[in-house]
Design a protein around this ligand. Sequence first.
Ligand code: GLA
Length: 748
Amino acid sequence: MKRFILLFTAALFLFPVASQSAPKNKKKDSHVVVAVPEVEAKVIAIETEGVQWLLNVDKFGVLRCYHFGKKISDPAQFRDFTCYRTRHGIEKYGDAAMAYPTVGGRYNNEPALHVKYANGDHNTELYYTGHTVSEKDGVVTTEISLKDYVSLLEVSLVFEAWQKENVIISHSEIKNAGKKSVELLEYASSFMPVRAEKYLLTHFWGHWGYEMNVEHELLGHDRKVIETRIGVSATKLNNPSFMLSLDTEEFSERNGEVIAGALAWSGNFKLCFDRNINCLNISAGINPFASAYKLAAGETFVTPDMIWTWSGNGAGQASRNLHAWARKDGVYGGGSVNPTLLNSWEGAYFNFNAATLIGMIDDAADMGLEMFVLDDGWFGNGEYARNDDKAGLGDWELNTAKLPEGIDYIASHAHDKGLKFGIWIEPEMVNPKSNLANNHPDWVVRSAGREIYTGRNQWLLDLSNPAVQDFVYGVFDRTMQLSDKIDYIKWDCNRVVNSFGSDWQADQDRFFVEYVQGYYKVLRRIREKYPKTIIQCCSSGGSRVDYGQLAFHNEVWASDNTDAVSRSNIQYGTSLIYPASIMGSHVSIVPNHQTKSTTPLKFRFDMACTGRLGMELQPKDLNAEERAFADQCIKAYKQYRDLVFNGDLYRLVAPEEGRYSLMYVSPDKRRAVVFIFKLDYESREIHRTLKLDGLAPGLRYKVNELNAKKSSWWGNDDSWTGDFLMNGGFNPHFYHRYDSSVFYLEAE
Ligand code: GLA
């Protein structure tokens, strides 16, 4: 009995009787719906000279996007634009072409924003509260403010419309205006609903020495995601950019509607193409992989820029729009011409002394090059001397055994010879065999208790840590103090993130994002002190090719693969999104060190001349005839390189056709340079006509073939009208695989 009472008491405690008599004392339901004020319906037109992005606010304050493309004369006509679902009023916060959709309401597709609140709620519904428009130097900036009336979260969508370039840059700013911290689970920079019948996606994939392969893919329904999770060297496997050809199954340089986009972010990114019943939603931003971002009350998160353009004339015009913007804004020092150079890497690797370098400088000067770059191997001492890739990274003191004369001695010699001087660093890295690794193990990216994996015998420094940011800045700064004649820095970065972890971060979810933010902080500081230094971004070649780092760098090393045939693919792919001015493109020795294949010196030179020309070999390995030919090509390049740097690119034939051809035309259309490369053998009986592009039909151009003993075209050294050259009169002839031609055109 006693036992029974005890059990009964315990049961009362666990299941209070009061809860069973609820009907009598029923509490009033506290669910109160927060009212959202109605607003005046309107169209917000974000426009350039030729492109329009129309955003539509309905009376509920929902922001939608119904148009991105050709300019329409009266955009206000879109004010009452509706579709089946919105017409029936069931779509207050739904999935019809949302401009920046969130997890919440009726929206169940890929969101731009997903927030988790302190009370566990996952819903956000953003409503328009106002917008501003301002203009400066040909750029119209529109800022649209949105708000969630329950959580008080605020989002501002910022659009910069580059009038002449027809480029629109957009990002979002997410502010936690509530009282408790929130977690951002998805936080895209930009979102774009597109409506067409067919979507042909062009994107880029690859690996070391094999970057920027172009892949065309017709999108079906559901999601296609292009992303990276490797943290740094983030473009090794794919690139945060794409082209989308509408209503076609064929990629065309000259015809049709094309949307192009590129995210300015050098870390984990995510581009999602979500095809649902009525449209294709594109969301672009930082990859939230392992990066749920906690936003304290009052804090704002600013997402990176997404660069958009639209062309009604195929991929060619889309590229030219991006290139024009890049020259003005997207690339540091864009618009200026960077010097031709000799780089020591493939010619000397780690095996050099002052005499080797002096010899290379003398030869570079003789050939008419304009800069000498001392690559890896000049630092580290004693047991950590950098004589191979196994030791020394982190110890950025001059290797006094190898170069007792000092860097200033080498740099001064270059300057005396009329050359600029550049030097290599890889400041984000550390070899386990280094003083830095011994002194600062806490600076290494690592996870407690786990093996720290090496890549190329090196570890990664934790650039999310401000102390490491100071160190990395210091490496650059101290290197610049080695001589007052350092004009150029090649900043390398040769590995990805493994077993990520930061000793410094309290919240590991911040690591990936704050690594990239730390990288930009350092670069910003460097640019304040060294605005004129030319900086090349290298990452095992082209593993960091994006518009995030390009805001601080003048150029990239497009690939460690210097084989001219491979380069036709890599540089063609890169040119879809990035301008030729950024592509470091070097002539190397044969057989090629990466592919072991052999191509003629002329073919190698002609290919290298389609970007920023350089050489990467020991000049002493060239015979007298080859040296004389090099002189000739370098001289010719100087005559037309302003076109490569600042002209308009027209791609004529893609390498997948077995030939590769491209041309650059001056803005006034009076000068042009045309390159043609034969990649595959085909019968010499085939006479293909090449239709040039971008010329003025009525102008007469004097045509002059460069770098050739015998011209490949019967019409060489004569004058021809633009319309003749563009419509069937130009048919240079090739006999062999790896034949190539360069034609210089100048209007009379
Ligand atoms: C990387 C770069 C090369 C060269 C070496 C030096 O591989 O991509 O160009 O600088 O490092 O170690």
